[in-house]
Design a protein around this ligand. Sequence first.
Ligand SMILES: Cc1cc2nc3c(=O)[nH]c(=O)nc-3n(C[C@H](O)[C@H](O)[C@H](O)COP(=O)(O)OP(=O)(O)OC[C@H]3O[C@@H](n4cnc5c(N)ncnc54)[C@H](O)[C@@H]3O)c2cc1C
Length: 412
Amino acid sequence: MYAVIEPYVTNAELQAELFKYRLMHHAQGAGPQTSPLASHTSFVGPGFTSPYTGFSGRNVLGVEWVLPNGDILRLGSFDHNGKWFSGDGPGPSLRGVMRGWLGAYGGLGVFTKCAIRLYSWPAQKDWKWRTGGTIPDYEWDIPQNWKIYVLNFENWETYEKAYYEINDRELAMIATTSAPEGLAVLFTNTKTEAINAIMGGLLTKIKKYIIVLVAAHTRREFEFRTQLLRVITEKYGGKDLVETGVISPKPMHYGEAVRNMLGAHAFRFSNCFQSTHGGMDSISLAVRIAQLNKPIKQKYIKKRVIGDDKGEGIWMTGYEGGHMAHLEAPTVYDPTSAQSCSGYTEYQDESNKMDLEQALGMPFFIVGDDVHNYYADRTMNYPDWLRKIKNAFDPKGASDPGYYVTGAAKKK
Ligand SMILES: Cc1cc2nc3c(=O)[nH]c(=O)nc-3n(C[C@H](O)[C@H](O)[C@H](O)COP(=O)(O)OP(=O)(O)OC[C@H]3O[C@@H](n4cnc5c(N)ncnc54)[C@H](O)[C@@H]3O)c2cc1C
C-alpha cells in the first residue's frame, strides 16, 4: 500500500486519513506538525516507530521533482499504471542523487509530490483515535493489544544482546533508549513531575533500559510477542520497570509515542536541545558511540555549559526489525547564555572529531561546505561528488546551497 502526498500535508493529517483504512506511515520523530514530504524527500528521517516503519529515505516510492532549471522530473510511480515503476530510475540511482542518506536539505530543487510506502496499523477494527481530558493530562484510547515495557539491563553488554534479539524477532513497534533523566521526562507531563520523579530516586533504579512498545494486530500475536519478550528479558537478566512500578507510562504517552511527540518533552528542561553523532550502522556501533561519548560530554558538564545528564543523554532506535540502528546524543543547553551556546558548540565540534577519528559513521548534522569539507579527506572526498551533482542539476545556483554544498555558479 502507498500514499501520495504533497507539500503542506502534516504527519497528523496523514495519520488521521490512514487510520480509517487501518494503515500508518513512517512519520519522523519531530512531531505531528511536521511535513512527511519534507522528511521523505529531503531531510534525515528516523522516528519513534522506526523498528517497524524504518527511515524516511527508505520509504520513498516516487517523487515529482521540480529541478532548479524548472524542468519537472518524475521518478518512480504514483499508481498502478503499468508504466515505469522503479524508484531509482534507469542507470545510476537518481533516488540516491536526490536523497542519499540525509537528503539535500532543499539544495537541489523542490519536490511537489511524493509516493510513500505504508504499513499496517495494528489496532482492532472498531478502534478510533479518541482523546479526552485537557492539558497536560490527556486521555487516549489505547488499542487492545498494545503494551509499553521499560526493560532495564545491568550493563551495555546485556543491553546490546537483548536489543539485537528484540529487533531481530520483530517484536517491537518502538524500541528506544534515552538517558535515565530522559525516562523521567518521557513518561511525565510537566517539568515539576519530571523533577519529582528524578528526586524521588528514579535515577538510582535505572541502568541501561529499552522502551519497548508491543503493538499487535490480534490477541494471539500479542501473547506470542509478549511471551517471547519475557524470555529475552530473562535470558539477559533484565527487569521490567513498568511491572515493578518504577515508572508508569500513561495512556497519553502511548498516543504521543505514535504521534512522535515524546521528543518534544526534552524541551522541558531548558527550552533547547541539539544532537550530536547519529551514525547509522549496527546496534553495536550505536552502543559504542554511547560509551565513547560519555567522557566527552562529562567534560562539558563539568564546565557547566551543558545540562547535567551524567554524560548519558542519548537517543537510540533500531530499524526495520534488523541489526541496523542509530544513536544520537541530545544535549540540553541554555539558549539565553552566550557561554552555554558556545560551550555546546565546542562539545559538538569535539563529538564530530571523535566520529571521524574513531570511525563512528557520519553524524546527522553535516550541513554546508565547511562541515562537508571537514570530513572530505577521510571519506574518499565525497563532497567532490556532491558538487558534481550540484553543478549538473543546478548549473545556475538557483537552489539554496546553505545546508547542502555550493556549486560552481555561486563560487564565481
Ligand atoms: C523536538 C524535535 C525532534 C526531532 N526529531 C527528529 C527525528 O526524530 N527525526 C528527524 O528526521 N528529524 C527530527 N527533527 C528534525 C526535524 O526532522 C525537522 O525539524 C523536521 O523535518 C522539519 O519538518 P518541517 O516540516 O518543518 O520541514 P522544513 O523545516 O520545512 O524542511 C526540512 C528541510 O527539507 C527541505 N524541504 C522542505 N520541503 C521541501 C520541498 N517541498 N522540496 C525540497 N526541499 C524541501 C527544506 O529546505 C529543509 O532543508 C526533530 C526536531 C525537533 C525540534
